[in-house]
Design a protein around this ligand. Structure first.
Ligand SMILES: Cc1cc2nc3c(=O)[nH]c(=O)nc-3n(C[C@H](O)[C@H](O)[C@H](O)COP(=O)(O)O)c2cc1C
Length: 194
């Protein structure tokens, strides 16, 4: 099962890196697999210092800002308890992890990770289709470099409609920012940082 999450790691200059990633979890988060694409900052950080924190969150704006790496201001952060990495202050669950094994035999590198500390945060808000739609749209747009444009453009309108009908203000704001980001990618042709 893939759980869409936010991963925090430490950049070479000590600053925090906050990125959406979908860890593959078999039974529990005691161990899991991260699959960053070549070129991702998260991969570089984990190669240099094999530690980070996976957060389960239900905030659409966080997913969009982490994907675009554009932060009006960074979300509140704290130091993790066991690993040497930044950690979000607001989350539903958080898993501090250490990397155990890198399988680099394909473009989609597989990193086996072991959880070394777990945290329970605030209770989830509940299932909102608007949030799910924003996350789906984020994933589509993160693949702009290798998905056919028709596939992305074919799916975005229905996702936008779901956000309009069922989302809250943060979901709607997140979708607006995401669509602006998508338009700028199309204009500049600049690739996502995948
Ligand atoms: C919900 C979600 C899940 C994602 N999962 C992955 C993933 O598993 N591996 C990956 O390389 N990129 C994934 N992406 C795309 C990255 O978040 C995106 O390329 C990001 O810019 C990478 O940031 P980084 O360079 O700081 O690591 C995902 C994006 C979203 C929105």
């Amino acid at each position: 099962m893939i759980i869409e999450a936010i991963v925090t790691t430490t950049n070479e200059n000590g600053s925090p890196n906050i990125s959406p990633m979908g860890p593959f979890v078999e039974k529990s988060f005691e161990s899991f697999e991260l699959r960053p694409f070549l070129g991702s900052q998260t991969l570089e950080n984990l190669r240099r210092r094999g530690e980070g924190v996976v957060h389960l969150v239900d905030d659409a704006l966080l997913f969009v800002n982490a994907l675009t790496h554009q932060w009006p201001e960074l979300p509140p952060l704290q130091l993790a308890m066991v690993v040497s990495a930044p950690m979000l202050k607001e989350y539903l669950r958080a898993f501090e992890f250490k990397t155990k094994f890198f399988d680099e035999s394909s473009n989609r590198i597989s990193i086996t990770c072991e959880t070394v500390e777990q945290h329970v945060g605030r209770p989830p808000r509940g299932l909102c289709r608007g949030l799910n739609a924003v996350v789906e749209a984020c994933i589509l747009i993160s693949r702009v470099d290798f998905l056919p444009r028709e596939e992305i453009d074919g799916q975005l309108p229905s996702l936008q409609k779901i956000v309009e009908k069922t989302g809250g203000p943060r979901d709607r704001e997140a979708m607006t920012l995401l669509m602006r980001h998508y338009s700028s990618l199309l204009v500049t042709g600049s690739p996502n940082r995948v």
